[in-house]
Ligand binder design. Structure first.
Ligand code: PBG
Length: 328
């Protein structure tokens, strides 16, 4: 026997003791479930690169939400898929009255008044250029984009959105939206800002889901360089000062250090987006029998919580909820 007084394994000797000393917990109420909705389909359509994730018609979606809420999931993030025919340069479909997306928000709110509905603020699903901002001569115009985002924010608030998620990464958008919302009486509508959103390869499957990939170039003039962390602090500081209620880091898995950095520096809740490509990687490996998908999923979600995110946007929400509910 060797003579050591510290034996960390003593705290791992049984399940009861392991649970007793567990530092981080994961709850179904931590999840925001991103969902896709599409006009003019009668059956749900599976997203090829995201097994188990669908584009829903409004009817399908309301059905699905019964299951989602029965699992204890209390927040969703809704994204619209629009046909090319409705897209234009100025994303006008995003702020017209009574569009499919806006009516869906209202219908969901009516049937599920306790469900928190988050919506997305960016031009890409509605833009013929497939960019998050307004394009002129191949460049993204920051300040002219704010005007469009502002109209979008008001339209979504009026439809019943609880939380707006500006995912566009234009400068000044949080402050612009906040003052516009306040001046129109929407002081209760929250903003979860995509503060540190990186120009990432992990959004690929999402762009399949929305058919919203950029028609030219990339998003590097507005989304952040994956090499930078101090810049994330600046982005977060600005969003905080401009009135964001929650700060988000996206993607999650390759950016756990950024989640931790923001959590240590800001006293408002930090969220993380466990994005489409992170979901697809696990699904693909699991389908090949190369890893245990469920265990990998739970480990990933726990790691995001451990890094300091209070809430997690994740396509795994339903599957993880089933496991968490079984445990309780
Ligand atoms: C669009 C938007 C994107 C995602 C959320 N909002 C894609 C992008 O920026 O190109 C990605 C979500 C995911 O990959 O799961 N503004």
């Amino acid at each position: 026997m060797i003579n050591i007084s510290r034996r960390p394994r003593r705290n791992r000797k049984s399940s009861a003791i392991r649970d007793l000393v567990q530092e981080t917990n994961l709850q179904v109420s931590d999840f925001i479930f991103p969902m896709f909705i599409q006009e003019g389909i009668s059956q749900k359509v599976e997203v090829k690169s995201m097994p188990g994730i669908y584009r829903f018609s409004l009817d399908n979606l309301l059905e699905e939400l019964k299951e989602v809420t029965d699992l204890g999931i209390r927040a969703i993030d809704l994204f619209p898929n629009y046909p090319e025919s409705k897209k234009d340069r100025i994303a006008s479909e995003s702020y017209k009255e009574d569009t499919f997306y806006l009516k869906a928000i209202t219908a969901i709110k009516d049937q599920f008044p306790d469900l928190a509905i988050m919506t997305d603020i960016a031009m890409d699903p509605y833009s013929s250029d497939g960019h998050d901002g307004l394009v002129e001569d191949g460049r993204i115009l920051n300040d002219a984009t704010l005007d469009i985002l502002g109209k979008m924010a008001l339209a979504q608030s009026k439809a019943g959105a609880d939380i707006l998620g500006p995912s566009d990464m234009m400068d000044g958008r949080v402050g612009y939206m906040r003052s516009l919302l306040d001046s129109e009486g929407y002081t209760d509508v929250s903003i979860m800002s995509y503060s540190a959103k990186y120009a990432s390869a992990f959004y690929g499957p999402f762009r399949d889901a929305l058919e919203s990939a950029p028609k030219f170039g990339d998003k590097k003039s507005y989304q952040m360089n994956p090499a930078n962390s101090r810049e994330a602090l600046l982005e977060a500081q600005l969003d905080f000062e401009e009135g964001a209620d929650m700060l988000m880091v996206k993607p999650a898995l390759s950016y756990l250090d950024i989640i931790r950095l923001l959590n240590e520096n800001f006293d408002i809740p930090i969220a993380a987006y466990n994005v489409s490509g992170e979901y697809a990687m696990v699904k693909a490996a699991a389908q090949n029998g190369w890893l245990d998908g469920q265990r990998a999923m739970m480990e990933i979600l726990m790691s995001i919580r451990r890094a300091g995110a209070k809430c997690i946007l994740t396509y795994f929400a339903k599957e993880a909820a089933v496991i968490l509910n079984g445990k309780n």
